[in-house]
Design a protein around this ligand. Structure first.
Ligand code: GLY
Length: 317
């Protein structure tokens, strides 16, 4: 077993001007989570630390800088699941909460584990979570896009993380602002166990991203986890899960996976997907926005003198 962590910054189209921000944000998140795992911290603490970084970075659709709903407001969903006792917690449609993933983590110990809107916000206040004015989570870019109703091609979509710690516990977390212009109160897959995330120490953990209305009917995260049965490699399981979605519904989605051995996999059917990961077998974390980049970097690492060798996180040629 190898301790490991993977994060995603969403299945989406990433324009050239945003490649670096996606790489940097995902790497920073992995490093935050890895620091926890390396010092003996739990997978839950690592996932929370990683997602808090992404929730702070306006490059991503979570926390500050999340996409705005039909009323021009940020409404946030987040969930966490741990694979030891199948514990889980979630909040949905909350406002003025800086780090919904921390609230989802905290709520795992409660009897009621999915709290929406005012109820989720009240829980956050009562448990000393960081609150702010709801307007403080709106970035200038999102406000401008909403006011101008711009046709934006690189719409952000959800963040997530899966980690395996030294005790063998696997935790998955997911956090989002939902879809651009969504009706007030709409909740997608992110807060739903089995859809936006799943974790079971006997198999692995998964966090998903994409169109909630497509992810929910194929129960994407649990579908991906089920494909890990029989020690199937997470790469194959992730691809099969996305193939299942494509064969049954329309829509874009992606998923990241870690199995109980600490092996990593990810797949998507969008144009790009921002991903970074680190395992105890690696010297340093790597980040990609396309699968081809990862494949190229693996080839390059076996051919160290190849002149066209790419750095692990340079854009694909
Ligand atoms: N995947 C985020 C959402 O559909 O809300």
């Amino acid at each position: 077993m190898t301790i490991s962590i993977i994060v995603h910054g969403g299945a989406k189209t990433i324009t050239e001007g945003k490649v670096e921000a996606n790489h940097a944000g995902c790497l920073a998140a992995v490093e935050a989570g890895w620091t926890v795992l390396r010092s003996g911290g739990s997978a839950g603490e690592a996932v929370e630390a990683a997602i808090r970084v992404l929730e702070t970075d306006q490059t991503f659709n979570a926390g500050f800088g999340a996409t705005l709903n039909s009323e021009g407001e940020v409404e946030l969903d987040a969930a966490m699941m741990e694979g030891d006792r199948l514990g889980w917690g979630a909040v949905a449609a909350v406002q003025g909460v800086r780090h919904p993933i921390s609230v989802a983590h905290k709520i795992m110990d409660e009897k009621a584990r999915l709290l929406v809107a005012r109820s989720g916000e009240r829980f956050a206040v009562e448990h000393g979570m960081e609150m702010c004015a709801k307007e403080d989570l709106i970035s200038k870019e999102q406000q401008q896009e909403w006011e101008e109703e711009q046709e934006v091609i690189d719409r952000p979509n959800t963040v997530g993380c899966v980690a395996l710690d030294a005790s063998g516990t696997i935790v998955a977390g997911t956090s989002t602002g939902g879809t651009t212009g969504q009706p007030q109160g709409r909740v997608g897959d992110t807060a739903l166990v089995g859809c936006g995330l799943y974790a079971d120490n006997h198999l692995g953990g998964c966090s998903t991203t994409g169109d909630g209305e497509s992810i929910i009917p194929v129960v994407l995260a649990k579908t991906a986890i089920d494909f890990l049965a029989g020690d199937t490699h997470p790469e194959e399981a992730a691809q099969k899960a996305i193939d299942t979605l494509v064969s049954k519904v329309e829509g874009e989605a992606g998923c990241i996976l870690i199995d109980r051995q600490g092996r990593i996999g990810w797949s998507y059917n969008s144009s790009d997907m921002a991903v970074a990961y680190m395992t105890a077998e690696m010297d340093k974390p790597v980040a990609f926005i396309k699968k081809e980049e990862e494949n190229n970097s693996k080839v390059a690492s076996f051919e160290p003198h190849t002149e066209q060798m790419q750095t692990p996180h340079s854009p694909a040629a």
